[in-house]
Design a protein around this ligand. Structure first.
Ligand code: HEM
Length: 420
């Protein structure tokens, strides 16, 4: 009997990987009903879809999420959208034309990417390391020394990326709670629990608050640039600069794409170590293995499970016909376990060569923030690592967050082990 899977289902539970294995064995393409999406389960085929942006458009990332929600439009929702646009003094056409980098195709994608790349050069990111270390030290304080509950998610993995991105953008500390609220509302409405009815959650109000704030900030920085990322992207004296709508969408994307993902890389990594004590021992024996451990986490249990594309013409994948306009979804997490690419793919092995994993995607849209995410994870994990031998996980199977897109634990409480 063939196995069933739908990308928008969240009853995959704590461990979707046995199902992923069955899907790969069944074939490289799984046509999921009722969402009518062609899910790509194996490594070669998933990578090939991501490597052909002319055939598989990223515009899908703009529209596909509506399939994951059951929104029934009511008059008050329409009014909410209208109020949002009025507050923004913007039209949908204007925003759609500017596009968010993750949803646009060549040639515009290349133009936008070359502008935003200048904010994420290896030199710049290396220069951020000292204050990232400082943030980790401040957040941890003596929490790890004290007995009682230390929640690696709440106490470090959540605040770290929010503070880092705010610092990069040059946003004052006082706005931290607002920033967190705005990004939580947006993520929840797109792929989390709020997706079932984002209209009721006031997501448009959060969006409007964030965007109005950003529009003001962008205008100020354009007039009087500083050393921060926003200034770098909108300062006309630096060459091509982003317009208001482009810059707003880019910053919103950084919040959405960069926060929860980094949180879950840290959480999924720590969790995998507790599931595999032999690997924890290997890491403690030689802490310089931390980078191999991070890459293996991105392969083995990646924060982003799946991405979406749309066929620009009739085509086929591994002999399966894909009609023009069909949604195609490379299942990054499933492909990453493909034995054809990574022998014994279901095994967590921090010493393996996990290069080529799809945890950050592949091709033109390869994650812009990968180096920043790796650095944050490295600094956070190096700080926690010396304590892991002493602490144990409170819950054998920590609760999973409610999302079809992002995989991570909602809490990861570590306490003194009874034997210590
Ligand atoms: C562990 C953490 C992260 C993971 C797992 C991750 C994953 C991904 C993936 C899979 C994509 C490709 C999407 C696609 O092909 O459609 C992507 C794109 C992107 N990511 Fe990340 N990301 C992480 C952290 C970050 C951070 C920290 C930032 C920035 C602060 C960031 C910014 C972006 C941007 C701007 C794109 C779009 C690039 C483009 O379309 O050219 N990400 N990310």
């Amino acid at each position: 009997m063939s196995v069933e899977f739908d990308p928008f289902s969240t009853h995959l539970g704590a461990d979707p990987y046995p199902l992923y294995r069955e899907l790969r064995e069944q074939g490289p393409v799984h046509h999921a009903m009722p969402s009518d999406i062609h899910c790509i389960t194996r490594y070669e085929e998933a990578r090939s879809v991501l490597g052909q942006p002319e055939l598989f458009s990223s515009r899908a990332m703009e529209t596909v999420f509506a399939r994951g929600s059951n929104v029934k439009f009511k008059m008050r929702h329409v009014m909410g959208v209208v109020r949002f646009l009025w507050r923004m003094r913007a039209s949908l056409i204007h925003f759609r034309k500017a596009g968010s980098i993750i949803t646009i195709d060549p040639p515009r994608h290349g133009e936008l990417r070359s502008i935003v790349n200048r904010g994420f050069t290896p030199k710049q990111i290396a220069g951020w390391e000292p204050w990232i270390r400082q943030i980790v030290a401040e957040e941890l304080g003596d929490k790890l020394e004290r007995t009682g509950d230390f929640d690696a998610i709440r106490d470090l993995a959540i605040p770290l990326p929010t503070r880092v991105i705010m610092q990069v953008l040059g946003i004052e500390k006082g706005l931290r709670a607002d920033f967190k609220r705005w990004s939580d509302a947006i993520i929840s409405g797109i792929s989390g629990p709020g997706r079932h009815n984002p209209m009721e959650l006031g997501i448009f109000d959060s969006m409007a608050e964030l965007m109005l704030f950003l529009r003001e900030t962008i205008r100020e920085r354009r007039a009087s640039p500083g050393e921060d990322l926003i200034s770098l992207l909108v300062d006309p004296s630096k060459g091509h600069a982003l317009g208001d709508a482009e810059a707003i969408q880019f910053v919103v994307l950084l919040l959405v794409a960069g926060n929860e993902t980094t949180t879950n890389l840290i959480g999924n990594g720590i969790n995998a170590l507790y599931d595999h004590p032999d690997q924890l021992a290997l890491l403690l024996e030689d802490p310089t293995r931390v980078n191999g451990f991070i890459e293996e986490t991105l392969r083995f249990d990646p924060p982003i499970q799946i991405v979406f594309r749309r066929a620009t013409r009739d085509t086929e994948i591994a002999g399966v016909s894909i009609p023009k306009g069909a949604y195609v979804a490379p299942m990054l997490a499933c492909a990453n376990r493909d034995d054809r690419k990574f022998p014994n793919g279901d095994r967590f092995d921090i010493l393996r060569d996990s290069a080529g994993h799809l945890g950050f995607g592949f091709g033109l849209h390869f994650c812009l923030g990968s180096a920043l995410a790796r650095l944050q994870a490295q600094v956070a994990l190096e700080a926690i690592m010396p304590h892991l031998g002493r602490l144990q996980r409170r819950d054998e199977v920590p609760a999973i967050i409610d999302s079809f897109l992002v995989r991570g634990r909602s809490a990861l409480v570590l306490c003194e082990s009874a034997s210590a």
